[in-house]
Design a protein around this ligand. Structure first.
Ligand code: SF4
Length: 146
């Protein structure tokens, strides 16, 4: 992945939100980030209507057997280079679903993940801080290490 291309992506990242099977609390916190109180747009970020227009993929929920295949297909469609952010314990490690027969592997066994934001659910401040930090690191160093 080209460092220059990643830096360009991070100037005004468009984000696409994908829930792979969450309880919806993480999704509500992501939506809060878009509201005037937290105003994610002040960082140049916009919610993309299609994954084909996005630079950052936000993933919530623990991937199950059905959603894993669909998430892979979404990841294939997002223009590269891109960044992937796992939001919440379920996306990080399968959380309370870790013993479920239907969630055999964590998210980072399905697609590469650049940033993990812990919490059940994480607060909007944590989501914003994590994304801003990731974008800042990429912009400063040109690498994708979170
Ligand atoms: S991390 Fe917690 S809040 Fe988020 S989807 Fe999982 S159970 Fe729900």
């Amino acid at each position: 992945m080209s460092a220059a291309a990643l830096k360009a992506v991070c100037n005004a990242p468009w984000v696409f939100h994908c829930s792979t099977g969450s309880c919806n609390n993480c999704d509500i916190e992501v939506l809060d980030c878009l509201c005037p109180r937290f105003d994610v747009e002040r960082f140049g970020m916009l919610l993309a209507g299609s994954v084909k227009q996005a630079d950052v993929l936000l993933v919530t929920g623990s991937c199950n057997r059905k959603s894993a295949a669909r998430l892979k297909r979404l990841y294939e469609q997002i223009p590269k280079p891109c960044l992937v952010v796992a939001i919440g314990e379920c996306a990080m490690s399968r959380g309370i679903f870790i013993e479920s027969y239907n969630c055999p592997v964590p998210l980072d066994h399905i697609i590469p993940v650049d940033l993990y934001i812990p919490g059940c659910p994480p607060k909007p401040e944590a989501v914003l801080a994590g994304i801003v930090r990731l974008v800042g690191r990429v912009t400063a160093k040109g690498d994708r290490a979170p």
